[in-house]
Design a binder for this molecule. Structure first.
Ligand code: PLP
Length: 521
């Protein structure tokens, strides 16, 4: 194909030689290539639009927008992690070279020992651990290795947005089941624990074609931590229908208010059918290092190794070395006040509470998250008050609201419909997601200005209501006056009529009584 395209190009380019034809030449080359063959692989059909790109671009076009949409910390990682990284780049020169395809041995070893204790499993670093380019890499490898053409993959929504395209790219069919909020007492804040799956609906999604169940606990964007009972239900359905569970647990160390993260792989009978995914990025606040991992039984892992060996091969050795050293440190401090896994959630919980108060102070209704970097907030009060925000006629309200917020409040969040399957988006278009792992940026948000504006808007709203009331009163008075006049006129008309009738009758009487002579006149 390339040889043909080049031949055609040379033929077309020939006459242009010697002319000032840079632009025409580019156009010519471009045309030749686009005309030759369909470029986009069919597996990309329907997934080539990404709302993230659109919203990040919008925010970058406005001056000084605070980005509370994307999930990364805006503060330093712990000192021990930075030191480990410095050590990795300046120490052993062999760390500049390839390492083992399935993971740098000290990292696979510490992951096996650290998570082996948590999951209650004897984990073999060579057979049960795969180090990947972030949790994204782990997910991609898992989908490619296990999901086949026509396989059904159950996804719990709201879901981390890459699960759907990853299913589609592997040829699978996503089947969605929604977490729904139970009703709450008026005035009470909503909580992510209140969002639940309907057990009957959940069971109905499992069929003979179901290959995998995607679990994300703690969940992004809701911050829900699945309870033991909820996990037991999922586990029993997976076992009953012989389904693999792919569980994304990247926020497992970021749990608040005494809630407890439970790995589904630790439940009886689940290790054999579960792939557990983690991320050093979320664990040590180093999202740019892009180190992730998958843990699971060899019967599943061997297929992931085949994909990984033939695609990514492995991720940066120095980053893996730094993550290994950080885990070694954490293992020594595990469960103690000096542990990052103890200190970090305490700090982030304060950031969460600050964000909750700020959102509540401007009239938003956050759903209190039990865990993670994120919370979603209910904007239905705004939807009722400002239903006509600019945007395309069929554009969902949450998307229009975020665009309005970027322009008018200098603040970016992510519309929750981004995390929902298309057929269900209309039911969730009154929520937006904020990231609260933003020490400095979180404080830069001018909530005071928002509040002031809100008060001004409230006053304007009140004035408008008063004017409308006065206008209504005036209209009622006018109407009453008009009615009164009409009645008076009708009365006088009636009186006139009566008078006329009476006088006519009187005249008739006079005529009747009159002498004949008079009548004939
Ligand atoms: C639920 C979830 N899984 C996976 C990832 C990707 O993690 P990583 O940066 O390690 O690729 C993210 C990142 O935001 C996430 O929120």
């Amino acid at each position: 194909m390339f040889r043909n395209a080049t031949a055609i190009c040379l033929h077309l380019v020939g006459p242009l030689r010697g002319k000032k034809s840079g632009a025409s030449l580019t156009r010519c080359l471009h045309q030749t290539l686009t005309m030759a063959k369909r470029l986009q692989a069919r597996r990309l059909d329907g997934i080539d639009h990404n709302p993230w790109v659109e919203f990040v671009k919008l925010a970058s076009e406005e001056a000084d927008v605070v980005n509370l949409g994307q999930g990364f910390p805006d503060f330093s990682p712990p000192e021990f992690a930075v030191e480990a990284f410095q050590h990795a780049v300046s120490g052993d020169f062999m760390l500049n070279q390839y390492t083992k395809a399935f993971g740098y041995p000290p990292l696979t070893k510490i992951l096996a020992s650290f998570f082996g204790k948590l999951l209650g499993q004897e984990i073999d670093p060579l057979k049960n651990v795969l180090v990947t380019v972030g949790a994204y890499g782990a997910l991609f490898t898992a989908f490619q290795a296990l999901v086949d053409e026509g396989d059904e993959v159950i996804i719990v929504e709201p879901f981390f947005d890459c699960y759907e395209p990853m299913t589609l790219m592997a040829g699978g069919r996503p089947v969605f089941v929604s977490l729904k909020p139970s009703p709450i007492q008026k005035g009470e804040p909503d909580s992510s624990s209140n969002w639940q799956l309907d057990p009957t609906e959940l069971a109905s999604k499992f069929t003979s074609r179901t290959k995998a169940f995607i679990l994300n606990t703690p969940n992004n964007p809701l911050g829900k931590v699945f309870s033991r009972e909820e996990l037991e239900l999922v586990a029993s359905l997976c076992q009953q229908h012989d389904v693999v569970c792919i569980t994304d647990e990247v926020y497992q160390w970021l749990v608040f208010d005494g809630f407890q993260h439970i790995s589904i792989a630790s439940l009886p009978g689940m290790w054999e059918r579960t792939l557990t995914i983690g991320s050093a990025g979320k664990t040590f606040s180093v999202t740019g290092w892009k180190v992730g991992w998958v843990l699971g039984p060899d019967r599943l892992m061997k297929h992931l190794r085949t994909v990984h060996q033939n695609s990514i091969y492995h991720c940066a050795t120095q980053c893996q070395a730094a993550v290994a050293q950080s885990f070694e440190r954490e293992q020594l401090h595990f469960g103690q006040p000096s542990s990052y896994f103890v200190q970090f959630p305490q700090y982030i919980q304060r950031c969460r509470d600050h964000m909750i108060q700020s959102l509540q102070s401007v009239g938003l209704r956050p759903v209190i998250p039990q865990a993670s970097y994120f919370l979603i907030t209910d904007i239905s009060d705004f939807k009722n008050k400002m239903p006509d925000l600019p945007g395309a006629a069929n554009e969902l309200y949450d998307r229009r609201f975020v665009k309005w917020m970027i322009k008018n409040k200098g603040l970016m969040a992510i519309p929750v419909s981004t995390f929902i399957s298309v057929p269900h988006q209309k039911f969730f278009d009154h929520y937006i997601r904020f990231c609260f792992v933003k020490g400095e940026h979180g404080q830069r948000v001018e909530w005071r200005k928002w509040k002031q504006q809100k008060q001004e808007e409230k006053k304007k709203w009140k004035d408008l209501k008063m004017t409308k009331k006065l206008e209504r009163q005036r209209a009622q008075e006018e109407q009453a006056k008009g009615q009164h006049e009409e009645e008076a006129a009708a009365q006088s008309e009636e009186r006139g009529l009566v008078h006329a009738v009476v006088s006519a009758l009187c005249q008739d009487r006079v005529r009747e009584d009159a002498p004949e002579t008079l009548m004939s006149e």
